[in-house]
Design a protein around this ligand. Structure first.
Ligand SMILES: NC(=O)c1ccc[n+]([C@@H]2O[C@H](COP(=O)([O-])OP(=O)(O)OC[C@H]3O[C@@H](n4cnc5c(N)ncnc54)[C@H](OP(=O)(O)O)[C@@H]3O)[C@@H](O)[C@H]2O)c1
Length: 414
């Protein structure tokens, strides 16, 4: 290990930051022994960059308090690395938990500590190189800052992946500020106000252009995106047909006010849609693809609008791309307007969408469910639960602070 940072000289700011540092120094003192032990237990073992504070050193910053100092902060972050290609559902054996020492931040950067992480299908779909840190968004708190717009203690959403601490340059990476949630959980910024909510918003309102009186069909409709699509469609005075795979999930859709609810394991989707919408479907929001879409695409009216959001039915197939079922090759596309999008096509309008979605949540017009896993170490299990586990609504993993705390620069001596 190397010594990070140097002797502190000049007073700049202490305030909130000192409080955070003090808390973290205390936490370091309390927990480092167990943190080291735990990291070594992991598959393949990490090399935690955590050292015991010399006796009495933890109070040093305050004792020198007459001459205020800004303490450069460095952190030992835990990171999950992808080490194996998935076969079907991702499993814990596909990942390795490691510890990583971070340098001190530079001008324009912030150091953030994760509060909660999302798990989403793109983590299964994107073929990231083996040996890379797992991708994904997290809600985090700023613990050190050299950026004027993101002071210490601000809350942000950052795409820094499966890590407990991250250095971010907001000039380079999309950093979203957590809005005033008035008591709602911050994990909302990973669901209704996060990429799934934004995906539902732009997919339905911009791509499908759902409007008063339209018939909207949505599948995976009890999931995070689908349940929001259905509710947003109701806010547009549309008639909504939703499909999910169990009774409990169908009941949830009924609670949300969907007009027609079907269990795709119990009915033929095409026949059910023809019954529910004999004059055809105006907007089809497709999260599933494959056989489901082959069945229902013919129910979409000529000039109807189709938003190809995802094809969750194929995510665990081992077939090469060219062999995956692709119902959109079919001739039934003619006269239908099919668009695919990634939510980032609308990145310039995230703030607008977030404000409207939050307003609807506050008014009780958008409802949500979360299934929470507790602890950074649970991320692989949470990802597997996207496919195999019992869950309702958005899956999130919250920090239980089972992680090496912040290290003050002068305390990292190797
Ligand atoms: N384009 C974008 O930028 C973007 C952004 C975010 C998400 N997405 C896509 O949006 C879709 C929904 O994401 P989400 O976050 O809402 O996921 P989610 O909450 O996990 O919901 C997905 C649901 O799909 C259903 N499902 C799984 N396999 C199925 C199958 N073979 N046939 C029919 N239904 C199946 C399951 O519900 P049941 O058990 O009830 O069937 C599952 O809960 C995914 O395809 C995702 O990739 C796209």
């Amino acid at each position: 290990m190397k010594k990070a940072g140097g002797k502190q000289k000049k007073p700049q700011t202490v305030g909130d930051k000192a409080e955070v540092l003090e808390k973290d120094a205390m936490a370091l003192k309390d927990s480092q022994t167990s943190a080291e032990g735990k990291a070594e237990e992991e598959v393949g073992g990490g090399d935690p960059e955590v050292e015991k504070l010399p006796e009495g050193q933890e109070g040093e910053a305050e004792e020198e308090g007459e001459e205020e100092v800004t303490v450069p902060v460095t952190a030992a972050s835990q990171v999950w690395i992808k080490t194996r290609q998935y076969v079907g559902t991702p499993r814990r054996q596909d990942f390795l938990l490691k510890s990583e020492e971070l340098r001190c931040i530079e001008d324009g950067e912030i150091l953030v500590k994760a509060l909660c992480w999302t798990v989403e299908h793109y983590m299964r779909i994107f073929d990231i190189p083996l040996g890379s840190t797992m991708i994904g968004e997290q809600v985090a708190t700023v613990v050190d800052s050299r950026h004027p717009d993101f002071p210490v203690t601000s809350l942000v959403v950052v795409p820094t992946g499966w890590r407990t601490f991250s250095i971010v340059n907001p000039g380079v990476t999309l950093v979203r500020e957590v809005p005033d949630l008035a008591g709602l959980p911050v994990s909302l910024c990973l669901g209704t106000l996060g990429l799934p909510g934004l995906t539902a918003y732009f997919g339905l309102l911009d791509i499908c252009q759902a409007m008063n009186g339209d018939v909207v069909l949505v599948n995976a409709a009890a999931g995070c995106v689908g349940s929001l699509v259905g509710q947003l469609a109701k806010l547009q005075n549309c008639s909504v047909i939703g499909f999910a795979g169990s009774k409990a999930r169908c009941d949830w859709m009924r609670e949300l006010g969907f007009d027609h609810v079907f269990n795709y394991n119990a009915v033929n989707p095409g026949a059910a849609v023809r019954r529910a919408a004999p004059n055809g479907v105006d907007c089809y929001f497709d999260n599933v693809g494959a056989g489901f879409t082959e069945d229902v695409l013919g129910c979409v009216k000529p000039m109807g609008r189709v938003c190809v959001c995802g094809d969750v039915a194929t995510y665990r197939q081992q077939l090469p791309e060219e062999y995956k079922p692709d119902p959109y090759r079919l001739v039934s596309l003619i006269k239908r307007r099919v668009s695919t999008h990634t939510v980032f096509d609308f990145a310039h309008r995230f703030a607008e969408a977030e404000a409207r979605l939050l307003d609807w949540v506050h008014q009780g017009k958008l409802r949500y469910q979360h299934t929470e896993y507790s602890g950074f170490r649970q991320l692989p299990e949470a990802l597997a639960a996207l496919y195999d586990g019992e869950k309702a609504g958005k899956l999130v993993v919250t920090s239980d602070d089972d992680q090496p705390p912040l290290l003050k620069a002068d305390d990292v001596i190797e």
